[in-house]
Ligand binder design. Structure first.
Ligand SMILES: NC(=O)c1ccc[n+]([C@@H]2O[C@H](COP(=O)([O-])OP(=O)(O)OC[C@H]3O[C@@H](n4cnc5c(N)ncnc54)[C@H](OP(=O)(O)O)[C@@H]3O)[C@@H](O)[C@H]2O)c1
Length: 344
């Protein structure tokens, strides 16, 4: 049995579900892959805990569900251990980085990822911030140090957008990518198509915890643009920053726009688009009037979807209904397993 040690930074929605899935899939990992995943270090905003033989995952989940921090973990706990110290101190095989997306300076995730890769330590992250701000730098660091940096959950959660693009379309030329990649705006536009006003649909999205109190990142298109930046870098192999994307959000969509679209058998969706123009791509995020027969027009609230138009692999459409972050955590687990099973 191969034992692979994990240090996990961030135990929120995704981190806690990852711990649940590691428990749930323990037997499958053993019998199918001869693999034992052992969590030897964790930290949240209160501190860190480490145990070289493996931490008690049930105890960690019990603490988090009781709204207590890792600083309260009983034996072997080292409190006030910030993320960087935890990943430097704990003898681990993979660093899993699941802190909040910070698009200002990428921290604390960016330093954790940089430090781990520089020490030839493989990294799995679901965090868009460091990737949007420093994709080229991190990819180069990973290559120089022969260390994996896998981040399939960072774009569209459980929908394997990046894996399809990088692995399954690895030899193709991608002529066009189009996607509904932001759940909140798709929810709002879907509710508006059912007759709600923008304000009511947004309020409902906020009431059910889907939209933030400050919805700017979603409704003004920036979240979708951030995802497009990662797709452009990872899949289209185009060094891309946020300034390269033309962005327009959904705030200005009116009931009249929706009614006109309906009259013409069309649906309005916020589309992230990369269109090949010569050797480059034109990158946009904007509300787009799609014929109702278009696969992305049919995506309901709570669904995301992407389409790759290629030269040799045909046209591939994939979608996911993701109402809680289990599929995101499952994508993180898949990345961990990919690294664990390809190590020498
Ligand atoms: N939720 C999703 O469906 C989803 C989907 C795709 C990608 N993602 C990305 O995945 C990442 C994690 O998402 P999430 O929903 O799990 O976030 P979350 O619920 O906000 O959890 C973040 C975790 O990071 C910890 N943390 C925050 N600042 C820290 C610091 N300075 N040092 C150490 N730990 C710190 C928090 O500690 P406390 O527990 O003490 O607060 C918490 O445990 C984010 O980057 C997010 O954008 C999420």
């Amino acid at each position: 049995m191969r034992r692979v040690r994990l240090a996990i930074v961030g135990l929120g929605n995704v981190g806690q579900r990852l711990l649940e899935l590691i428990q749930l899939k323990r037997d499958t990992l053993r019998t199918r892959l001869d693999l034992e995943l052992s969590v030897v270090g964790v930290c949240d905003s209160t501190g860190g805990a480490e145990n070289g033989v493996g931490l008690d995952l049930a105890k960690i989940l019990e603490l988090k569900r009781a709204k207590r921090g890792i600083a309260a973990y009983p034996t072997g706990a080292r409190v006030e251990m910030p993320p960087l110290e935890m990943v430097r101190t704990v003898a681990t095989d993979i660093v899993v980085e699941l802190t909040p997306t910070n698009l200002t300076d990428g921290e604390p995730g960016l330093s954790v990822i940089r430090d781990a890769l520089a020490r030839k330590m493989p990294v799995v992250t679901a965090n868009k911030g460091p990737l949007v701000l420093a994709y080229s730098e991190l990819a180069a660091l990973a290559q120089q140090n022969d260390a994996h940096l896998l981040h399939s959950a960072a774009v569209t959660g459980g929908l394997p957008t990046l894996n399809i693009g990088t692995r399954d379309l690895g030899v193709a030329s991608i002529e066009k990518f189009e996607g509904v990649v932001n759940g909140t705006t798709n929810y709002i536009l879907s509710r508006m198509a059912e007759g709600q006003s923008y304000a009511d649909a947004l309020k409902h999205a906020q009431d059910i915890g889907m939209a933030e109190a400050d919805p700017t990142l979603d409704v003004d298109g920036w979240d979708a643009a951030n995802k497009l930046v990662i797709i452009a870098n990872a899949v289209l192999r185009r060094p891309t920053k946020l300034k390269d994307v033309t962005v327009e959000g959904i705030r200005k969509i009116t009931p009249t726009d929706i009614a006109t679209a309906t009259e013409h058998r069309q649906t309005i969706k916020l589309i992230a688009l990369a269109e090949r123009i010569g050797k480059d791509y034109n990158l946009t995020v904007r509300p787009t009037w799609l014929d109702n027969s278009h696969p992305l027009a049919r995506l309901g609230a709570g669904t995301m979807g992407v389409i790759y138009h290629t030269d040799i692999n045909g046209t591939i459409f994939a979608s996911i209904e993701e109402e809680d972050p289990y599929p995101t955590a499952a994508a993180v687990l898949r990345d961990i397993v990919q690294i664990a099973t390809t190590r020498a």
